[in-house]
Design a protein around this ligand. Structure first.
Ligand SMILES: [Zn+2]
Length: 441
């Protein structure tokens, strides 16, 4: 954000949102307590804190259990009701009048990358808790439960791939599949999940995949656009589509000094041909596509042995589903054409098309930003989020706030306190229509 906009923000809320504190702010607009939200974010950042100022809070770890204890303490002190489910999602409910009707959900995730920051994921959870705490303090009794959620293992860094909690909830992946996954030390999700549940024996279990009325996720942008455009609120239009592929190129090992070049079936040579073509013809398709070879393993990876096998993982993203589909097919064709004399197998892993978030909720976010005087803009999410899996289930949306220099998944990830408060105030206003009579100041 530039200096001019920063001054504007700071002038309004030097110590962020002093008018908040669960009472009516200026013009009678309900505000969250910005100091409390910030303090809680910094408290959560101490759980799994790294020396460089970041966070390492892996899914189902002792640190995540500690963060649950903290969240549940805050929830109980506000009169909110914590619960969980079979896949280790954490729910905190502001009880509604009809406890059996589909609730409204808002949240994100508490786990982080190994060298993660203090805002990715945890911001959306803390903001949702703050909104519920503000409503509870005002005596709101909504028609249906309004629920803060922390999805299990969004990041996928300890147990891969991520988004286990939201995928199991949405029925995209079975609980059995999720429980069978092991981390690098051989610990299974099943064992880690059972340990998590054992740490909270009193917690009520909700069924997996209960019906939802709506889902709203607040998150830092993890990109540079809002900051560059001097906008505080991103009205997320959708999440760009993503495909991942495991590719195995099989050749034949040989002596680096004796085997003639013409007689080699060198897996790394085949990889080189394929990679050059993929960067040019898939990664170079347009200036929107994102193409990454993020992992490459060579076997036997010995200095004087012709490589017999190359295994790579490709991450391919594009907001246009038709283009993504075409590029995916081109990728397979190029691999198969260029692998000879080696053999190649391409296994599709993730296949998540772009989604469009609910237009009415997008409008509600824009109107909420206007009501509290924050500049807003539509923005496409370049990164994946749990909201992807809620969108097919119920009207869903995301609220973005800027992060400094677009940096995320890094220890120096940073969001301004005023932006943190603004996003939570927008979330509050978006959820107010679900809070019943007397909640429409
Ligand atoms: Zn995240």
């Amino acid at each position: 954000m530039n200096a001019e906009a920063a001054t504007d923000q700071t002038a309004r809320t030097e110590k962020p949102e002093k008018a908040g504190h669960g009472t009516a702010g200026e013009k009678g607009i309900w505000r969250i307590d910005a100091d409390r939200l910030w303090d809680r974010l910094m408290t959560l950042a101490r759980i799994g804190a790294t020396p460089g100022g970041g966070v390492d809070r892996q899914a189902l770890s002792a640190e995540e259990i500690a963060s649950w204890h903290t969240m549940i303490d805050w929830a109980l002190s506000a009169g909110l009701e914590p619960s969980t489910d079979a896949v280790g999602n954490l729910f905190i409910a502001l009880p509604g009048i009809d406890r059996n009707a589909p609730p409204v959900l808002a949240g994100s995730h508490l786990d982080s990358q190994p060298g993660g920051g203090r805002f990715d994921g945890v911001y959306g959870v803390a903001a949702a808790l703050e909104v519920l705490t503000t409503m509870a303090a005002r005596g709101v009794r909504p028609p249906v439960d309004i629920v803060c959620v922390a999805w299990m293992n969004e990041e996928g860094s300890r147990f891969a791939p991520g988004m286990m909690g939201s995928e199991a909830f949405a029925g995209v992946r079975s609980l059995e599949d999720v429980r069978a996954v092991r981390d690098a030390k051989g610990v299974s999700v099943a064992d880690a999940l059972d340990a998590l549940h054992a740490a909270f024996p009193a917690l009520r279990r909700r069924p997996l995949g209960f019906a939802l009325a709506a889902y709203v996720e607040a998150h830092i942008e993890q990109g540079p656009i809002l900051e560059a455009q001097d906008h505080v609120i991103g009205v997320v239009t959708g999440i760009q589509g993503k495909k991942t592929f495991d590719i195995v190129i099989e050749g034949e090992r040989g002596h680096a000094g004796t085997l003639a070049m013409a007689d080699r079936r060198d897996a790394l040579a085949a990889f080189s041909r394929i990679a050059v073509a993929l960067y040019a013809q898939v990664g170079g398709h347009d200036d929107i596509v994102k193409f990454t070879i993020g992992r490459l393993q060579v076997e036997p990876n010995a200095p004087s042995v012709v490589p017999e096998r190359a295994t790579l993982r490709i991450d391919l993203r594009h907001p246009d589903n038709a283009v993504l589909e075409r590029l995916g097919q081109r990728l397979v064709t190029l691999c198969e054409t260029l692998a000879a004399p080696c053999h190649v197998s391409v296994t599709p892993l993730v296949d998540a098309p772009s989604n469009v978030f609910d237009p009415a909720l997008q409008q509600a976010i824009a109107q909420a930003a206007e009501r509290i005087g924050e500049p807003h803009m539509p923005i496409l999410s370049a990164a994946g989020h749990d909201a992807r899996h809620m969108a097919p289930l119920c009207p869903s949306a995301m609220i973005f706030i800027p992060c400094r220099d677009g940096v995320s998944h890094a220890e120096h990830e940073w969001a301004e306190p005023t932006h943190v408060a603004a996003g939570a105030n927008v979330l509050l206003r978006v959820l107010l229509p679900y809070a019943g009579e007397g909640a429409q100041p």
